[in-house]
Design a protein around this ligand. Structure first.
Ligand code: BYC
Length: 330
């Protein structure tokens, strides 16, 4: 039923002795080391389950909250073609949220509980969605940089250890790839446009560059969850590795657009075979994830309002399901 919280919790069985627990843990880690996917029915450490629920719910929430900055531009898209593309992209994001909530439910939590945690301000979502989409160029930049950063991360996540999460990531990456390309194509047209359009493109990239780099999370040395998540192969690559991969792939694309990236320290390092880049403003990152970014309050209020406005739909769906269940029982 819609909004039903009675999802099956994992069956309670007798607590294993510490010797049995050690054996279970060793067997679990061996499966992870051998790249055998962990499936919902397999034994797993409580902390592994908890880490996955934390990360997957944050991920699903990011997809759903991420619909807001773009939704803001649907009625102002400059052509029917652009409107159709944007509408399809936003619908995909709602779908991505659903795939990941469903994958997380296999761990014994419920979508309703995860969404309630978001409404109560107890669950996080990606920092990037607390920045506003101020101009039409931002729609292209979100596709190019935000979806680009998300794919870099998600391709690595799709090779992780938990089967349902990885399988959701494979499909999501295919759709994100379309999102990234539509963004870049939009920016390419602006780059060939008027002086005003070129300036709008540059201004947008100036605002989104650093927040996009923050999407990968804190530096490895300051990332409390990384070491354990890498051991469990929930994360296959570290925050800094992925950030570097994203920068290396993106700089040539910026050059092709004829724009600059707002980092004076950004330069190719022949010895490392990578681009060097400047220090991220971690104070700003901390500020945003604590709820004080430019749009945190607005995003939370819109999310809660949508939930409240949808109450009648859930009620009607439940009444309809109850009517059919009663008819079937007759
Ligand atoms: N924003 O130890 P760390 C999309 C938190 S949407 C907020 O490195 P972890 C799209 C982190 O949660 C897809 N919080 O953590 C949609 C932790 O806090 P707690 C977005 C962040 O989990 C619409 C603390 O900082 N992708 O594509 O090992 C339009 C310490 O960090 C952030 C995902 O959601 C952040 N940026 O690694 C367009 C990816 N970074 O929980 C596009 C899924 C860190 O201890 N998530 N924190 O309170 C992940 O891959 C990992 O969770 C992270 C962080 C790499 C983000």
């Amino acid at each position: 039923m819609y909004g039903d919280t009675s999802i099956q919790k994992p069956m309670k069985i007798a607590e294993p002795t510490s010797e049995e627990q050690a054996k279970l843990e060793a067997r679990f880690q061996q499966m992870v080391d051998d790249d055998i996917k962990i499936e919902p029915q397999d034994w797993m450490p409580d902390a592994y389950r908890k880490t996955l629920v934390r990360q997957m719910s944050q991920h699903a929430h990011s997809e759903v909250i991420g619909m807001q900055p773009e939704g803001n531009w649907l009625t102002r898209a400059p052509s029917l073609r652009r409107k159709v593309i944007l509408l399809a992209k936003i619908q995909d994001e709602g779908g991505h949220g659903l795939y990941i909530y469903s994958a997380a439910e296999t761990l014994g939590t419920s979508r309703e509980d995860m969404c309630k945690a978001l409404r109560d301000g107890k669950a996080k979502y990606s920092s990037i969605f607390n920045y506003p989409a101020l101009t039409w160029a931002d729609i292209g930049t979100i596709g190019w940089l935000v979806d680009g950063a998300a794919i870099t991360n998600q391709v690595a996540l799709s090779k992780g250890s938990y089967g349902p999460y990885c399988r959701a990531m494979i499909r999501i990456c295919k759709e994100e790839s379309f999102h990234q390309r539509q963004g870049y194509e939009l920016l390419l047209s602006l780059s060939k446009g008027t002086a005003e359009q070129k300036a709008m493109l540059q201004d947008s990239v100036n605002r989104f560059w650093w927040p996009s780099l923050m999407m990968f999370g804190p530096n490895d040395a300051d990332s409390p969850h990384s070491a354990q998540s890498m051991k469990w192969k929930i994360k296959k690559k570290s925050n800094d590795q992925l950030r570097q991969e994203f920068i290396d792939a993106t700089v040539p694309q910026a050059e092709f657009l004829g724009i600059t990236l707002p980092d004076p320290d950004l330069k190719w390092n022949e010895e490392r075979g990578h681009y060097d880049y400047g220090e991220i403003d971690w104070e700003e990152f901390a500020h945003v994830i604590k709820g004080n970014g430019p749009c945190n309050k607005q995003r939370a209020a819109a999310y809660t309002k949508a939930h409240e406005d949808g109450a009648w739909v859930r009620e009607a769906a439940n009444a309809y399901a109850a009517k059919h269940a009663a008819q079937a029982a007759e």
